[in-house]
Write a protein that binds this ligand. Structure first.
Ligand SMILES: [Zn+2]
Length: 455
């Protein structure tokens, strides 16, 4: 295996409180160490790569993606999803269990890992279902799923309604040392809502999803977690009140982490008027006040990590043939056809995010909302800790999962150029500043953005 010398970059490793210009030497798949001072001699056999002006950070980790494999190759496959992840700067992504078949047996987990092993891209970290078939009744064999390679448990996409089932699952996974990631939604309150309950749902004439559909479930489940004494993780937090509940639960001793998605901190409900089904997801884009609360919670540490909730869908699932002409992307004059709301209700939930997440988080850095070091905590360390991965830092001897970011490269989001198989992005046309230029997994260059192609 070759040695690589990343020369002259800004190494940012908040776990070790390092933020300095230096060289980083990688060899034998592991971090050999800081080879400063910058510009010193070339270590034997090392290929130097000039990364001056760039950030060298621990590989990005996404704790929440949907790769649709097995089951839905028209939307995404493990190969396309992991390549899209690498192009977005991710070295590891946690793949949710709502595939077909559901990942509720070691055989499915092994299929996912074996398929991923044949792809030169990001690592796949399997998420096991909590209940068989995501049915909400009978729990999986947690120990067997961990043995097969699962690092997190979630029925994501579907809430676990039965408190007794969830409480028992929390106790078992807690004993095994792994968290449950909770998709918090009270479906009695969601009803058949398509978007947030508010100005946009009124304008479209569709049923709205109230904030309470999320917050009431967060309230219930944090109480359960405190009772069980088990670690829990709240997925895709979207409301101000959910964040207050999480802060309060921590003060009561709960071991609770949480994530926010780029779409919930970068867009509010009005994006639906422009992007229609490509801005529809669960939980929905919320009010401006909720967005402001999510941004504040990212800055103050309440939110531990960013997750894309990458949810690829083909155009048929998004009802594009019915909706394509109903929404205008003209920023200044959103124009809606009469039946836009009705058709929107039928469209699938979810947006792709792997190839835009870093650029959107960098918006927060460029605006001065968070520091570069905080960005690394949110996009690498937080997910690595949740999933108990070797990663999140660039300590000597650690596996060499490294991302090199050009923070100043300006580009325009063009979904037709995504490596992902799907195009359902509400960020089409957005100008972003910064992207990954090198993604290194176990010392191997798996994405080279200098050439724009997978390595
Ligand atoms: Zn979810």
């Amino acid at each position: 295996m070759s040695r690589i010398l990343l020369r002259g970059g800004r190494l940012i490793d908040p776990a070790r409180e390092i933020d300095e210009i230096c060289d980083l030497l990688i060899g034998d798949g592991a971090i050999e160490g800081i080879a400063g001072p910058p510009g010193a001699g070339n270590p034997e056999g090392a290929t130097p790569i000039d990364v001056a002006g760039c950030w060298v950070v621990p590989g990005l980790v996404d704790p929440h993606v949907h790769l649709r494999d097995p089951g839905f190759p028209e939307k995404e496959t493990i190969a396309t999803g992991l390549r899209a992840a690498a192009a977005g700067g991710f070295t590891a992504v946690a793949a949710m269990a709502n595939t077909s078949p559901v990942n509720d047996t070691p055989a499915v987990t092994r299929y996912m890992l074996e398929t991923a092993a044949g792809v030169r891209a990001a690592r796949l970290i399997p998420v096991s279902a909590v209940t068989r078939g995501l049915g909400g009744r009978e729990t999986v064999d947690f120990a067997a799923m961990i043995e097969a390679g699962a690092r997190l448990f979630s029925d994501d996409g579907i809430p676990i309604d039965d408190q007794a089932v969830l409480r028992a699952a929390m106790e078992q996974t807690g004993r095994l040392g792994f968290a449950i990631s909770l998709h918090e939604e009270d479906r009695a309150l969601t009803a058949h809502g398509a978007v947030n309950a508010g100005e946009v749902s009124k304008r479209l004439g569709v049923a709205g999803i109230p904030a309470a559909a999320e917050t009431e479930r967060v309230r219930r489940d944090l109480a359960l977690a405190i009772g069980a004494g088990a670690p829990v993780h709240v997925a895709h937090v979207s409301t101000a009140e959910s964040l207050d509940l999480i802060r309060a639960a921590r003060r009561s001793g709960a071991h609770v982490t949480c994530e926010a998605t780029p779409h919930h901190f970068a867009l509010d409900e009005r994006a639906v008027l422009r992007f229609g089904p490509d801005a529809k997801m669960a939980p929905p884009l919320r009010s401006q006040a909720d967005l402001t609360a999510v941004v504040a919670a990212i800055a103050d540490g309440t939110i531990n990590m960013i997750a894309t909730d990458h949810a690829p869908h083909d155009s048929h699932s998004k009802r594009i043939e019915r909706l394509g002409g109903l929404f205008s992307r003209d920023r200044d004059s959103p124009r809606l056809a009469e039946d836009a709301g009705e058709a929107l209700t039928d469209a699938a939930n979810g947006v792709v995010g792997l190839e835009t997440a870093l650029g959107l988080v960098l918006e927060l850095v460029h605006r001065g909302v968070i520091t570069a070091a905080r960005m690394v905590e949110l996009m690498s360390l937080g997910g690595a800790q949740l999933l108990r991965l070797e990663g999140g830092t660039l300590e000597e001897g650690m596996r060499a999962d490294v991302t090199v970011i050009d923070p100043n490269m300006e580009w325009t989001v063009d979904p037709t150029k995504f490596i992902s198989k799907s195009r359902n992005s509400p960020f089409a046309g957005r100008r972003l500043k910064g992207r990954a230029i090198l993604t290194i997994v176990a010392g191997n260059l798996v994405y080279d953005g200098r050439t724009g192609v997978s390595a």
